[in-house]
Write a protein that binds this ligand. Structure first.
Ligand code: AMP
Length: 430
């Protein structure tokens, strides 16, 4: 017997039954982000490896350990995108968008790839919905973006998600903080894990991200980045907090939050859910300002702010809420006799053209087995089509939830089912 080939570890199949949850989340995002003026951008799945090295940073876990990097047949080093901000920035620069408009708002959704240790809420192919706003350095832009996330989570009816906020300063004030942090970490060198001993030299901020409890304890007692902010960065951070208050958005300031990427300046934020279903994967989304990244990538000097939400985690939370998003068929067409098979196929086709969801067993078979299928399909009504119905042009709609059958002319099936749909919608959820 030949070996069964299985899917790649950490990369999941999303099947009907679950996919409706995904579509619900994606649909809400499209609609809501559109209201905020964000247009969708789709970038390729793979990019020049250098893009991520130069933006996300060589010393980050993402680039250092987790990228799917390979040489193509022409010898170019490509990487499957581990995140969406750098590809969007690359596209923004390549298409010289800054010459076309002063402010640009983009959103994206799609798969990202990181070779991570698998656990609940953490996969190797996972999905993000993200947004980027280019061209404004103002705190109002940060606040608008957080408002969009808050409204999005509200539309998803997800509660108990806390907004964590911090500022990492800029090139004027961060060096002093860096120096202090390195000095502090040097003094605690022996308590740090091997990775952090290295990070301390190459990128000390990364130590604050380390999952190791001892490193976390060291980091917690270290210097506070907010005490090092220069006047403009302090004013920006104060302004942001004031604006969030104006918008009625609750937040907590968390000076230890640095996020795992190198490109952030000033504002960083994370949305953290408290639901136990997520375990340690409780961050549903995060982002920040990256005013220097465009220039660093050889592009124009354009400030930007962005965020990304983990779709897998949002879906996990929605699943926990027990809500369902599947739409059962309006009708199941069953065939009473062999000779009515074609007429049933044609009836199903016509009703679908008229906008109805219709199920139909193409295998035919006994009426009993078809009725079993009708039950399983969750269809609201079943119509049995046989010679009698064909000759008279009259049939019956049998409500699958019980109750009296409704006599109907075959020409009026769509009209009657639509009226039934409307009546249910008006009656509200059952
Ligand atoms: P990041 O780009 O690391 O800030 O990630 C943004 C969001 O994407 C996180 O808050 C998570 O919700 C989600 N995410 C990141 N990595 C993974 C992963 N390996 N599996 C599932 N979701 C992830």
């Amino acid at each position: 017997m030949s070996r069964q080939i299985e899917g790649v570890k950490g990369m999941r199949d999303l099947l009907p039954g679950e996919i409706e949850l995904w579509q619900h989340v994606e649909g809400l995002a499209r609609e809501l982000f559109g209201r905020f003026g964000y247009g969708e951008v789709r970038t390729p799945m793979a990019e020049d490896t250098g893009l991520f090295v130069r933006s996300v940073g060589e010393e980050t876990d993402i680039v250092g350990k987790e990228m799917y990097t390979f040489d193509d047949k022409g010898g170019r080093s490509l990487s499957l995108r581990p995140e969406g901000t750098a590809p969007a920035a690359r596209a923004y620069i390549e298409h010289a968008i800054n010459n076309k408009e002063p402010i640009t708002r983009w959103f994206y959704m799609g798969p990202m790839f990181r070779y991570e240790r698998m656990k609940t809420g953490r996969y190797r192919q996972f999905y993000q919905i993200g947004a980027e706003a280019y061209g404004s350095k103002e705190a109002a832009q940060d606040a608008e973006m957080m408002d969009m996330v808050v409204q999005f989570l509200g539309a998803l009816e997800l509660k108990d998600v806390t907004l964590n906020l911090n500022s990492l300063g800029d090139e004027a004030c961060r060096p002093a903080y860096h120096a202090k942090l390195v000095e502090y970490l040097q003094a605690h060198r022996e308590e740090l894990c091997e990775d952090c001993k290295r990070r301390m030299e190459t990128n000390p901020l990364r130590v604050l991200d380390c999952k190791n409890p001892t490193c976390q304890a060291v980091a917690a007692a270290g210097p506070n980045v907010l005490e090092f902010l220069c006047e403009p960065c302090r004013a920006h951070f104060d302004d942001l907090q004031r604006k969030l208050t104006v918008l009625g958005i609750k937040y907590v300031v968390n000076p230890r939050m640095v996020r795992g990427l190198d490109y952030y300046t000033r504002t960083v934020f994370e949305f953290i859910a408290s639901h136990p279903a997520l375990g340690t994967a409780s961050t549903v989304g995060g982002g920040g300002r990256y005013d220097k990244m465009m220039k660093g990538l050889g592009g124009p000097d354009v400030p930007a702010v962005g965020f990304a939400m983990g779709l897998d985690r949002l879906v996990l939370l929605l699943k926990e809420s027990g809500r369902t998003f599947t739409s059962p068929p309006d009708l199941f067409v069953a065939v009473a006799d062999e000779g009515s098979q074609d007429a049933a196929l044609a009836l199903a086709s016509r009703l679908r053209r008229e906008g109805l969801r219709v199920d139909f067993d193409t295998r035919g078979g006994s009426l009993k087995s078809q009725m079993k299928r009708a039950d399983k399909s969750g269809a609201r009504f079943t119509l049995v089509l046989g010679e009698a119905e064909r000759t008279s042009g009259q049939a019956k709609l049998k409500p699958m939830a019980g109750g009296d059958a409704i006599p109907v002319a075959l020409d009026d099936v769509a009209k009657t089912l639509r009226a039934a749909r409307l009546a249910t919608a008006q009656a509200g959820p059952t």
